[in-house]
Design a protein around this ligand. Structure first.
Ligand SMILES: [Zn+2]
Length: 304
């Protein structure tokens, strides 16, 4: 069997696919929590292998696609740096292949998510598009001429560390005022902490917002507005036909996307004289990275 696995800041998600094209579905999943902020490289690799072996359920693995947060080199061999993971210039592809006992394909998580949406999701048929994932941090991918752009070092699309506020909030990457400090799961938690004086995690805030809680809805509106601020800059740079938004924070849908659409209209120049790109949710939601990784592992599921 082929598996795809997504390595995020808080959890590892492995999937098995069935079908192809419009009929592509996630047939099975396995989830393992990330062993904590101070986990070693080996502990993270253990968690990845556990999730993959759980979804395989004893069947032999043909190939495994690995989607990871962080900077992956162009060759798909090494994770150079990941703000929320311990890997530092680590030969992750080879290490994981040894642990799972099968060939591994390694790629950046947002690039995997964009691949999934291009093959079978919200970006089918798109030529120019952007993907923005709002999770623990922000990831991104650029699609030009129907293909995910890697960049000179494989690092294109790292939108989360574009500065939106000069001398703004400090970021784990070492810079200040990065977009993801204002638009991410952590930003959402911070806005709620300031409003309520107590800590709620992202899913708790989402549950409150869905139930109509005005403070939680306002927190999503604040983060959504920052989402629109950043996207407006990217639209000016890339002129995409669509911007697809994924990641855990986007699971609330229009509670996040509507404020972003409003801000995009306000912040983009000449909106009366251009097609404003559609701003939509991913088809595969929080599973997009893992689905894209599984598609990379099993190209036969990609229609010609
Ligand atoms: Zn940063």
């Amino acid at each position: 069997m082929h598996a795809g696995v997504d390595v995020g800041g808080t959890k590892v998600l492995a999937v098995e696919l069935a079908g192809a094209g419009d009929d592509l579905v996630v047939a099975a999943t396995a989830q393992v929590p990330m062993p904590g902020r101070s986990a070693s490289e080996a502990e993270v690799e253990d968690a990845v292998a556990r999730a993959v072996l759980e979804v395989a359920a004893g069947r032999p693995l043909t190939r495994v696609g690995v989607s990871t947060a962080g900077l992956v080199d162009r060759e798909g061999e090494r994770v150079r740096f990941a703000a929320h993971l311990p890997w530092r210039d680590a030969p992750v592809r080879a290490r994981l292949a040894e642990r799972v006992g099968a060939p591994v394909v390694l790629a950046n998580d947002a690039n995997c998510a964009a691949h999934a949406e291009l093959v079978a999701g919200a970006l089918r048929g798109a030529s120019s598009a952007l993907l923005v994932t709002v999770g623990t941090g922000i990831g991104g991918a650029v699609v030009l001429d129907g293909r995910v752009v890697l960049g000179a070092n494989g690092m294109a699309g790292e939108f989360g560390h574009v500065q939106v506020v000069p001398d703004g909030l400090p970021c784990e990457c070492g810079l200040r005022g990065c977009w993801e400090q204002y638009c991410s799961g952590r930003a959402l938690e911070r806005v709620m902490r300031v409003a309520l004086g107590s800590h709620l995690d992202g899913p708790e805030v989402a549950a409150l917002a869905r139930n109509g809680d005005p403070v939680a809805r306002q927190a999503f509106a604040t983060v959504g507005t920052w989402l629109g601020v950043g996207i407006a800059g990217l639209v000016s740079a890339f002129d995409p036909e669509a911007v697809v938004v994924g990641g855990g924070v986007s699971a609330v849908g229009d509670l996040l996307l509507e404020p972003a659409r409003r801000r995009l209209l306000d912040a983009l120049q000449a909106t009366a004289y251009r097609d404003v790109p559609r701003l939509v949710a991913t088809r595969f939601g929080p599973e997009a990275g893992a689905v894209g990784a599984a598609l990379l592992a099993d190209p036969a599921r990609t229609p010609a």
